[in-house]
Design a protein around this ligand. Structure first.
Ligand code: FES
Ligand code: FES
Length: 156
């Protein structure tokens, strides 16, 4: 079935099983591998993408439900000033170790700062609550939110 949507600002059409997940479509049919397959059950956030600006788990979303919507991935976000601001903050805070969770963390921090340009620690921790990290203990990722808020002041 042909499914049309917008991917990182560009119109795209894919011909796939309508029940195939957005995650598999991105990775197998679109060549975008930043979003990772972790739990495949909606628990870890490694597969995070934005759909119409909302953070979603791409492993749970059939591609048919994406028809007509706008999907953003890390590959697209890194081309923007805001996305690069978050990536730089995560690197500066040493919030990237193995990197498996990092694309999802960038997207979660991006959505947080869009909603709360000067977030509280509670707001940061709530925003990250759907994204698991086995390496960092989270404190460096929390630090990254504040670095991005400070260095990106005026962007958000
Ligand atoms: S792979 Fe989607 S939430 Fe874990
Ligand atoms: S940096 Fe390894 S899982 Fe987060």
């Amino acid at each position: 079935m042909k499914i049309e949507f917008t991917l990182n600002q560009q119109p795209i059409a894919v011909d796939v099983d309508p029940m195939q997940t957005l995650l598999m479509t991105l990775r197998q049919d679109c060549g975008l591998t930043a979003s990772k397959e972790g739990c495949n059950e909606g628990e870890c956030g490694a597969c995070s993408v934005l759909v119409n600006g909302q953070l979603v788990n791409a492993c749970l979303l059939p591609i048919a439900q994406v028809s007509g919507n706008h999907v953003q991935t890390l590959e697209g976000l890194r081309q923007t000033e805001k996305g690069q601001c978050v990536i730089n903050a995560l690197l500066e805070a040493k919030g990237v170790q193995c990197g498996f969770c990092s694309p999802g963390m960038v997207l979660a921090l991006y959505v947080l700062l869009e909603q709360h340009p000067q977030p509280t620690e509670q707001q940061v921790r709530t925003a990250l609550s759907g994204n698991l990290c086995r390496c960092t203990g989270y404190s460096m990722i929390v630090d990254a939110a504040f670095i991005a808020a400070t260095k990106g002041a005026g962007l958000w």
